[in-house]
Design a protein around this ligand. Structure first.
Ligand SMILES: C[S@@+](CC[C@H](N)C(=O)[O-])C[C@H]1O[C@@H](n2cnc3c(N)ncnc32)[C@H](O)[C@@H]1O
Length: 353
């Protein structure tokens, strides 16, 4: 037994149903691919970065000419994404590979129309501007170069709501009765409030953590408002109400004892961490033996390489990884019965022991 269980088709369908509310998921993914490619290439064109490759040039010389930090895995990834996408043509030069703009490459004249992203596109369009500095070795804080407002509104979107609904549909919610639950990387707290509403009357106790100071403050300050929006009134003085607690912190180093939580939930945080396999180990450490880990984590199967380029402009970010690596790391960290489903990698598993 390798700890992996193939989700049944019924399980997969149940997890997919909330995402179907958003429309055709594949169409949405394809639209995202076109969008990210376009906004990155447009920026590279407008900033004169593509013109570095007007004549065949090695990566080292391109870096020297443009003031990029090199050697750098970011610059290597940057060039290989452009070459794989045939924006650049690879040829053998005297000293090794050289790259030049492909004769067939032409930037689309009009920006692609984005139908499905709500504010996610705006958030990422801001991050794209970080690429020139990142090539020079300067990375940014998660909310440093964009307003908190962008993330706040993107995460309020139906997309993230549907992701949570999918994660909860994939598990047996009764399992969370009386549970101590960690919400890891809660962002501005829509997630925490939504989980609290989902678990109302089940005596669950939620602890939420988030590294970004601005976001965790919003999460705590807006909790009651977010719950009210979801249609529940809270009386904080009522004896049977357990309000979540909010703490600033990262999943690389959780300030909790081993075996503290019955369950941990996270959604789309691992690609922002420096080392996802270690982060998973640390998360598993705080789960009680037999406890549950669930949530969603989009992988390279549904994210565009250009989106990875943008993500990795942020300090200490690993970027996206495959579903296969995700599964391998979960098993190595001591998770059994690990199952994934859906285009956003809805997942669940249990700690061994
Ligand atoms: C795309 S947002 C998702 C927020 C929330 N999970 C949701 O789905 O609404 C990614 C979140 O991961 C958080 N994050 C980044 N690095 C992290 C880390 N090392 N540990 C925990 N969370 C992290 C970010 O601050 C951000 O709030």
């Amino acid at each position: 037994m390798n700890g992996i269980l193939e989700a049944t088709n019924i399980d997969k369908f149940i997890a997919l149903t909330p995402l179907m509310r958003l429309g055709n998921n594949r169409k949405r993914r394809d639209e995202m691919m076109v969008y990210f490619r376009h906004i990155v290439l447009k920026m590279l064109h407008d900033e004169g970065i593509l013109s570095t490759f007007e004549k065949p040039i090695s990566i080292e010389d391109a870096a020297k000419k443009s003031g990029w930090e090199y050697p750098s895995d970011y610059v290597d990834m940057f060039v290989s994404i452009l070459a794989n996408d045939k924006v650049l043509k690879r040829s053998a030069g005297v000293m090794g590979n050289e790259y030049s703009l492909s004769s067939g490459f032409k930037l689309a004249e009009k920006d692609p129309v984005v139908h499905h992203f709500e504010d996610f596109d705006v958030t990422y369009a801001e991050y794209v501007k970080n690429i020139p500095a990142r090539l020079k070795g300067v990375s940014q804080e998660f909310t440093g170069t964009i307003s908190l407002f962008n993330w706040d509104s993107a995460l309020a979107s139906q997309l993230y709501q549907a992701v949570r609904d999918s994660a909860f549909a994939f598990i047996d919610k009764k399992w969370l009765r009386n549970a101590k639950l960690l919400d890891a990387g809660c962002g501005p707290g829509y997630e925490t409030a939504d989980m609290w509403v989902k678990l109302a009357g089940m005596n669950a106790e939620i602890t939420a953590i988030e590294p970004d100071e601005g976001l965790i403050k919003i999460a705590e300050a807006d909790f009651t408002r977010n719950v009210k929006k979801a249609g529940l009134d809270i009386d904080p003085n009522a004896k049977d109400v357990k309000l979540p607690t909010f703490h600033q912190g990262t999943v690389e180093k959780l300030e909790f004892d081993d075996n503290t939580f019955d369950a941990v939930y996270f959604s789309n945080i691992l690609h922002w961490t420096p080392d996802p396999p270690s982060a998973i180990k640390e998360i598993v450490r705080v789960i009680k033996p037999g406890g549950m880990l669930f949530g969603a984590q989009s992988g390279t199967e549904t994210t565009n390489p250009y989106m990875n380029l943008v993500t990795r402009t942020i300090k200490n970010t690993y970027g996206f990884f495959s579903r296969q690596d995700f599964t391998k790391w979960m098993i190595a960290a001591g998770i059994k019965f690990f199952k994934t489903a859906t285009i956003v990698n809805t997942f669940k598993g249990f700690k061994r022991g």
